[in-house]
Design a protein around this ligand. Structure first.
Ligand code: ZN
Length: 163
């Protein structure tokens, strides 16, 4: 079964992101932010492109797979956002579904792709829906792996007792 990785760069700095890509053998980063901009200049389009190129990783800003529904829990609860995204990405011949098809082809052609967003959470981020809809394009399935699994703190493991 083929694999796609997913990552939220707020889980570390840019060097850590690239180290984690190298460890997983990722060849291409697909940045699915609606806008490839960040208050941290390291994660803005140009610097991302340069850093990835220097690390011999392909960098693609794919705004067609961005989340047009900003996280505003008062406006739309997350479950509704997920449903709206599924409809959007599933529309035949839309720019979104074409972008998913291009991504699926890259993976079939042997590219090892990491789908990138900013969000720390891998569940409450639209990349989760991108990967879900992408996996549907693979008859034999597609493994979706986190690029990085944070170590569980002792405190969390043992219920936070004591100190
Ligand atoms: Zn996100």
């Amino acid at each position: 079964m083929l694999t796609v990785w997913q990552y939220g760069y707020q889980q570390g700095n840019r060097d850590q992101m690239l180290e984690r890509c190298a460890a997983a053998g990722v060849t291409d980063v697909w940045d699915v932010r609606f806008s490839p901009w960040s208050p941290n200049p390291d994660f803005c389009l140009h610097r991302m492109k340069v850093a990835c190129t220097n690390a011999r990783v392909g960098y693609y800003s794919v705004t067609d797979l961005g989340n047009p529904y900003p996280r505003d829990e008062d406006a739309m609860p997350w479950s509704e956002t997920v449903e709206a995204l599924r409809v959007l990405y599933g529309k035949a011949a839309s720019k979104e579904s074409r972008a998913l098809a291009t991504l699926a082809r890259a993976i079939t052609d042997g590219r090892r792709v990491c789908v990138l967003c900013a969000c720390k959470s891998q569940i409450q981020c639209h990349r989760f829906v991108v990967c879900e809809m992408l996996a549907r394009l693979f008859a034999d399935g597609l493994a979706v792996e986190p690029l990085y699994v944070p170590a569980v703190k002792q405190r969390e493991l043992f219920g936070g007792c004591g100190t």
